[in-house]
Every structure is written in structure tokens, then in C-alpha cells.
Design a protein around this ligand. Structure first.
Ligand code: CU
Length: 360
């Protein structure tokens, strides 16, 4: 009995000896050992406090403004951009400007755009084409364009302070490169991208293969997924940050039910090119039909490796080309499966949904 008590006392002494110096010498150990941190010391960052602590962050929290912003004159984004040919070069013209863009009946955002639409116009060329894009900046802030996934020369990559000077308000800059490889790409701002990309400076860039496809799909659509924050009629850049979370979600610049309905004939093969350009992941789910993933980030997936799925998570910056055969008539939903993303300002249904309407 005495022996047991002695052993217990020795063990206790050893434990105390091991703990005490650690607490005293290690500044990472909180006073009180393993006690949780004082709850009053835990603070949640609010936009206001971040602005006070870090003036550099202010640009992220201010509403989007520009002088004399006019309502958009076009209502559909991502439409093919006309070009002219000069000495064998396909020449495209873009103007960056702020417009009032309607994402939903009665909900209008102040958007930074290419040529006045969200997304900006689709540039569609053929692999090997020489491409020149003349960019005039009519925004009140500098900008640049990055050709996301396209294999351009370094000087054309659009990184301010690294590969080029920012394009100042009123200035023009010319990008020129060979279009390669074939696939689904995009172009977007790379200047204060956390703000400029979130509020509309993005567009699809499609490079068709030099050898035309033997069996092209009946329907081929690019769908750009993004988010918005609208508060008291003001537009903010949505981002995964306290107080800046989105409350609207758009496919090609529109929230359901303003999203495009894709009408196809029964038996048609349909290709959808998902492009993640927002700051959130969107697991896109198709009702009615399994689909195959035929390309990832612009690069074809060999047939033997093509997964068959009904949901595909599209992360920021990613592209997935999917194909399915519309074998049954009906109105089939395509929607994000993070179900808050299918709401408009917290009211369902809305956001990232569209209807695939299969007709006889
Ligand atoms: Cu989503």
C-alpha cells in the first residue's frame, strides 16, 4: 500500500517537473496551459476594421463607381466579336468601360466590362491564327488583360509591373500572339483582379482546332460562372472574405430566371464549356442526362479516360467541356449544387440555374 502511494507521488512529481518549465519558457503556450483563448480576445474581421488596419485593402471594400455610368445598350454577354483581317492578322477591338448591367429583372449592377457586356464578347479564332487585340481603357482605373491558358509570349501575358505597365485610363495597348493550343480559354483583367474580375472584366476565348471537327455537336455553349455582391443598390466585388460574400450568382452575367434557356432537339449532342471566373467553387449538376468530360482546362481528355458524371465542380480559373446526348424531351435543370448559389439575395429559386429544354 505504502509502495503504491510512493509510486503515485513520484509519477506526479515527474509530471509537474515536465510541465512547469515548458509553460514558463515557451511563449506559444497560453497562460493557464491548455485553457482555450479568452473568447473576448477573438475578433472577427469586419470590412471597416480591415480598412482601418490596412489601407491597401480599401479598394476591395468600396462600392464600384465610375463617372456617368450609362445603362448597357446590349442585353446578352459573351457574343462572338467581329474582327477585320490586316495582312493576315485577325484584329479585334476592345474598350473597357463601366455600364449598368441588369443581372435580373429589377437588379442592376455597376459593372466593369469589355465592350459594354458581361461577360465581354467571345473571341473565337482557329489554332495557328495570328491575333491582334487593341484595348482602349475607358475605365477610371488602370487595367491589363491576361489570356488565361493561351500560350502567349511572356510580354503579352498581361501582368502589371512584371510583363507590362498598366494601361492607364484613356490609354490604348495592343496585344498580339499566335492562337494556340485549341480549346476553351478566357481573357480577364489582371489588374486588381480581386475587384476587376469580380465585377465583370472577363470573357470567353475559344480556339477551334485547325482540322475542323468531323462530328461537331449540335449545340456548343460557353457558360461563365461568377458571383456579385449588391447591397442597398450598390455593387461590391464579391469575394470569400468576411462581409464581402456574394448574394447574387450569374451564368453569363444573368441570374435565374434571367439565365438563357438552352433549347435542343431530342437526340442532339450538346457541348457545354464551363468556365469558372468567380472566386467560389460551383459543383454544376445536370438533371436528366449523364455527361462525359471531354476537355479539362482547354485540353482534350482521351476517350478512354473520359469520366461519366452528372455533377462537376468548377473551381476558380478552371474550364470543363462536357458533352451529353439529350435523349428525353422536357425541361431539365442545370444548376449549382451549393444550394445557396441557387438563390437571389437569399430567395430561392435563382442564381446559378438554367433550363435545358429538349424538344421533339
Ligand atoms: Cu455554386
Amino acid at each position: 500500500m505504502k509502495k503504491t502511494l510512493l509510486l503515485v507521488l513520484i509519477a506526479l512529481a515527474l509530471v509537474l517537473a515536465a510541465c512547469a518549465p515548458a509553460t514558463a519558457s515557451n511563449p506559444n503556450v497560453m497562460p493557464g496551459g491548455n485553457m482555450p483563448m479568452d473568447i473576448n480576445q477573438i475578433t472577427t474581421a469586419t470590412p471597416g476594421s480591415m480598412m482601418m488596419d490596412n489601407p491597401e485593402a480599401a479598394h476591395m471594400m468600396e462600392p464600384i463607381t465610375a463617372p456617368n455610368v450609362q445603362p448597357a445598350t446590349e442585353s446578352e454577354g459573351g457574343q462572338p466579336l467581329e474582327y477585320r483581317v490586316e495582312d493576315g492578322v485577325k484584329v479585334f477591338e476592345l474598350t473597357t468601360k463601366a455600364v449598368q448591367w441588369e443581372i435580373l429583372d429589377g437588379v442592376t449592377v455597376t459593372a466593369f466590362t469589355y465592350n459594354g457586356t458581361v461577360p465581354g464578347p467571345m473571341i473565337r479564332v482557329t489554332e495557328g491564327d495570328q491575333v491582334r487585340v487593341i484595348v482602349k481603357n475607358e475605365l477610371p482605373v488602370p487595367t491589363t488583360i491576361h489570356w488565361h491558358g493561351v500560350e502567349v509570349p511572356n510580354a503579352m501575358d498581361g501582368i502589371p509591373g512584371v510583363t507590362q505597365d498598366p494601361i492607364q485610363p484613356g490609354e490604348t495597348f495592343t496585344y498580339e500572339f499566335t492562337a494556340k493550343p485549341a480549346g476553351t480559354f478566357m481573357y480577364h483583367s489582371h489588374y486588381e483582379g480581386d475587384v476587376q474580375v469580380s465585377v465583370g472584366l472577363y470573357a470567353p476565348f475559344i480556339i477551334d482546332p485547325r482540322e475542323p471537327e468531323a462530328n461537331p455537336p449540335a449545340v456548343d455553349k460557353a457558360l461563365m460562372l461568377s458571383e456579385w455582391r449588391v447591397d442597398n443598390g450598390l455593387t461590391y466585388a464579391a469575394m470569400p472574405m468576411g462581409g464581402m460574400e456574394p448574394n447574387y450568382f450569374t451564368i453569363n452575367g444573368k441570374s435565374f430566371p434571367a439565365t438563357e434557356t438552352i433549347t435542343v432537339k431530342k437526340g442532339d449532342r450538346v457541348r457545354l464549356r464551363f468556365i469558372g471566373i468567380g472566386q467560389f467553387i460551383h459543383p454544376m449538376h445536370l438533371h436528366g442526362f449523364p455527361f462525359k468530360i471531354v476537355a479539362t482546362d482547354g485540353h482534350p481528355v482521351p476517350e478512354a479516360a473520359q469520366l461519366t458524371k452528372d455533377t462537376i465542380s468548377v473551381a476558380p480559373g478552371e474550364r470543363y467541356d462536357i458533352e451529353f446526348v439529350a435523349t428525353e424531351t422536357g425541361q431539365w435543370m442545370l444548376h449549382c449544387h451549393i444550394l445557396h448559389h441557387t438563390t437571389n439575395d437569399n430567395v430561392e429559386p435563382g442564381g446559378l440555374m438554367l433550363i435545358v429544354n429538349v424538344v421533339e
